[in-house]
Design a protein around this ligand. Structure first.
Ligand SMILES: Cc1cc2nc3c(=O)[nH]c(=O)nc-3n(C[C@H](O)[C@H](O)[C@H](O)COP(=O)(O)O)c2cc1C
Length: 233
């Protein structure tokens, strides 16, 4: 028996079996293709089209089409990523809402650069959006805060997002106490809760293709407007 086979058989543990399954998990992408000359010249338009198409094909029971990964980093280069919900698309960019004192809020205060990432498996599509963030106006944060269900408003008001808490019960108690103190009055938006606007300076539209020869169309902002190019998969 050749040596490599003996080594293989020595290591055939359950963990190895699982790794084998992971290695064999692969999907062939064949649903779409991207042609640079037929792509919208403005990436915001392209994003909106893809978003609407992803939403149209959405199965609301299992997919949140506006869920996106938001990657941030500290001034020293420590990175972090988490899912947030895209809540507004404006002429200037993309808006999400969160706690300004959270881990991500601290990152964004140190380094305003961030990347948004959407993955829509049912469309075999990914969009990366890089840009610079800034806090939205207090008026916009107020408007969105008061559109949220009252329970979410109370939750945001009592949750010191990303900080240590003694217990879940303590958070629930704080929400019940606040609700009773308010006695039906409007929940004030906490000063440390609000929106961020990401102003995009780079987009990448990715479409899965057969044999891993995927399509990648990149938009990069320049003094002459958006430059559109194709990059290798
Ligand atoms: C589907 C989904 C949607 C979420 N939407 C938000 C959101 O819009 N805002 C938010 O602050 N956290 C949201 N979260 C929670 C974040 O992923 C994260 O746990 C939280 O913002 C704290 O992140 P941080 O400690 O990195 O600041 C969402 C999580 C999931 C799974």
């Amino acid at each position: 028996m050749p040596t490599y086979q003996r080594i293989d058989s020595c290591h055939s543990t359950r963990i190895d079996d699982k790794n084998m399954e992971l290695e064999q998990l692969r999907r062939s992408y064949a649903d779409g293709f991207l042609q640079i000359d037929q792509f919208p010249r403005n990436p915001m338009d392209a994003f909106k089209t893809w978003f609407e198409e992803a939403k149209a094909a959405d199965r609301p029971d299992w997919l949140e089409v506006n869920a996106m990964t938001v990657a941030t980093s500290s001034a020293s280069g420590d990175v972090s990523a988490r899912i947030l919900l895209l809540k507004k698309i404006t002429a200037d960019g993309f808006v999400f809402f969160t706690n300004y004192d959270s881990a991500k809020g601290i990152h964004l205060a140190e380094n305003a650069q961030a990347e948004l990432l959407f993955y829509w498996p049912h469309r075999e599509q990914q969009i990366r959006i890089h840009g610079s963030t800034e806090k939205t106006s207090a008026a916009l944060s107020d408007e969105y805060f008061h559109e949220r269900p009252r329970g979410s408003q109370l939750g945001a008001a009592v949750s010191p997002q990303s900080s240590l808490v003694d217990s879940r019960e303590q958070l629930v108690e704080s929400a019940i106490k606040l609700e009773s103190e308010l006695n039906g009055a409007e929940v004030p938006r906490p000063a440390n809760w609000g929106g961020y606007l990401l102003r995009p300076n780079r987009f990448e539209f990715w479409q899965g293709r057969p044999s891993r020869l995927h399509d990648r169309i990149v938009f990069q902002i320049s003094n002459d407007g958006w430059q559109i190019t194709r990059i290798a998969p």
